[in-house]
Design a protein around this ligand. Structure first.
Ligand code: COA
Length: 231
């Protein structure tokens, strides 16, 4: 987790209706209206947590390498981190229009960091991961004009009511960065013009006597720290 966490707390003002926190900003529709991308809200937060629980915690490379996928307590901790990041007001979700289900989620923090990106297995390969990352860059640029969405502690529901509420800040990020832990996100980074700053082999990371690469079953697997300047 990066030390700049919590720097981006956004209130819903200039680009969407300030009067109704549930009338989320809609950013994009994908696949001829099959999916709707919008800012995370109280209404979509439970669905976003489901995506993180089922897709991120089970399939993401570091979650597998460090056995988060097998540890219910670690999953709960990660969900709380997600809830905390949600308060920054810069998270996006993809909603399947026919069912209303949240199927992909992306969370960011300042500088704006892509932290939790996940698509439910059955909705992968529809470009949603790419679109969420692309829109996050657009979102980061829009922050110059003012906050883009609002998420309060109340919006997270009773499960997270013990967390500390946060004040809104209006920091404008200068770069967008991400840690791409798998081939799919590494492809997304290349497509969107991210610059790779550091590359690390998964075989270098050990948890409980076993390398991440061993758990992933791929000795050539690696992670990239990548960034793109926001101008
Ligand atoms: C990574 C993830 C979010 C991608 O979601 P998605 O909605 O399927 O993304 P996209 O459809 O935009 O696909 C992005 C690119 O990755 C490719 N791709 C998808 N799955 C892949 C895989 N398993 N291996 C290699 N490439 C893959 C796609 O073909 C696409 O490339 P292309 O545009 O050149 O065809 C999704 O696989 C996921 O939730 N994984 C588990 C959690 C995770 O690893 N999160 C990322 C942490 S950095």
């Amino acid at each position: 987790m990066n030390s700049l966490s919590h720097n981006l707390l956004i209130a819903l003002t200039s680009v969407c209706s300030a009067s109704d926190t549930n009338s989320n900003m809609e950013w994009h529709t994908a696949e001829s209206g099959k999916y709707r991308i919008e800012s995370l809200s109280a209404a979509t937060f439970p669905g976003a947590l489901r995506v993180i629980r089922e897709a991120f915690c089970q399939d993401e490379a570091v979650s597998i390498g460090s056995e988060v996928n097998k540890d219910p307590a670690a999953i709960e901790e990660l969900l709380e981190l997600c809830a905390d990041a949600a308060l920054d007001g810069v998270s996006l979700v993809a909603v399947a229009v026919d069912s209303g289900d949240v199927v992909a989620v992306y969370q960011a923090e300042c500088s704006l960091e892509i932290m939790f990106l996940a698509t439910l297995r059955e909705h992968r390969g529809h470009n949603l991961g790419t679109i969420l990352c692309k829109l996050s860059i657009d979102l980061a640029k829009k922050l110059k004009e003012g906050p883009v969405a609002n998420m309060s502690l109340t919006d997270l529901g009773p499960k997270f009511s013990h967390m500390k509420p946060r004040e809104v800040t209006k920091i404008v990020p200068k770069i967008c960065q991400a840690i791409w832990t798998g081939e799919a996100t590494q492809k997304i980074g290349r497509k969107l013009g991210f610059k790779v700053e550091v590359k690390a082999m998964m075989s270098e990371f050990i948890y409980n006597g076993k390398t991440y690469a061993d758990r992933l079953g791929d000795q050539s697997s690696f992670s990239e720290l990548a960034s793109i300047v926001l101008d």
